[in-house]
Design a protein around this ligand. Structure first.
Ligand code: NAP
Length: 250
């Protein structure tokens, strides 16, 4: 982003301590936003603050805690929310899961998206605000060695669409958008996923990753999400993001 299109605005990014969230925080700061970054690992958040400077405020909190969602939206009155936090699923086939391991991404990813989305509608955020929830390409294809991960991510897409409809019905002027990134070994979560799918096919992880073509990077995800936040005209509901760019999701 070459201009400071988001100057004077505040954005909250959950899961900002590493991976996509760190890339999203960097791109939003680059676009001029003040970013409040939420995660549980304070030391990792401090590193992000060192890298991004005063434009980044670290907040140690569990993003799935509904009290944290309400308090942080009330305190910072953000113009944009990026609901990116997500748990790494236990990489095992279905029958090796318990209900507790299968439902991990429902308890973290879905509960967090639900809580923050609800607070955005209840407050409500200012007209012209944007809420972006990070789903996954797995929501379209399934993820047979990741327990309930794909279903949880599909539910995040659904609940974001429901919120968009409530925003329209009440004339709130808040855009609710979901983003479905491709699997990539460029983050901790994605690296574990690539290793699990490679092992299932009897392949080396590096060879498996190479067979999928160029890998999506956190920097690309950040640039595309900052672009969505900056451009109010883009409101297709859900977008796929891969190494080749961004496009409306089918
Ligand atoms: N990488 C991929 O291939 C891929 C593909 C599609 C979608 N996604 C989605 O993209 C999002 C980011 O994933 P990533 O690949 O960047 O993973 P990552 O590198 O493991 O980062 C996950 C981030 O979420 C935070 N987090 C996890 N649980 C949290 C909680 N309860 N409260 C607050 N923060 C929490 C982590 O911070 P702390 O541990 O410090 O809390 C970390 O900052 C996830 O929703 C993931 O499902 C990833």
């Amino acid at each position: 982003m070459t201009t400071q299109q988001l100057s004077g605005t505040t954005a909250i990014v959950t899961g900002a301590s590493r991976g996509f969230g760190r890339g999203i925080a960097a791109a939003l700061v680059d676009a001029g936003a003040h970013v409040v970054g939420v995660a549980r690992d304070g030391a990792a958040l401090d590193e992000v603050r060192e890298e991004l400077g005063a434009g980044f405020t670290p907040v140690v909190a569990d993003a799935a805690d509904p009290v944290a969602a309400g308090q942080l939206i009330d305190r910072y009155q953000p113009r944009a929310l990026v609901l990116n936090a997500g748990a790494a699923p236990l990489a095992r086939p279905l029958h090796l899961h318990t209900w507790q391991t299968f439902s991990r991404n429902w308890e973290v990813d879905v509960q967090h998206a639900f809580g923050w989305t609800r607070e955005a509608l209840l407050r409500p955020m200012e007209p012209g605000s944007t809420v972006i929830a990070v789903s996954s390409g797995a929501a379209l294809r399934g993820s047979p060695v990741s327990g309930g991960y794909a279903g949880a991510k599909a539910t995040i897409r659904f609940l974001t669409a429901y919120a968009a409809e409530e925003s329209r019905r009440a004339g709130l002027g808040i855009r609710f958008i979901s983003v479905l990134p491709d699997l990539t070994p460029a983050t901790r979560l994605g690296q574990a996923g690539v290793a699990a799918y490679a092992a299932r096919q009897g392949m080396d992880a590096a060879a498996f990753a190479a067979s999928r073509g160029p890998a999506l990077t956190p920097g690309q995800v950040g640039t595309e999400i900052a672009g969505l936040v900056s451009d109010c005209a883009r409101d297709d509901g859900a977008y796929l993001v891969n190494a080749a760019g961004i496009s409306p999701a089918p």
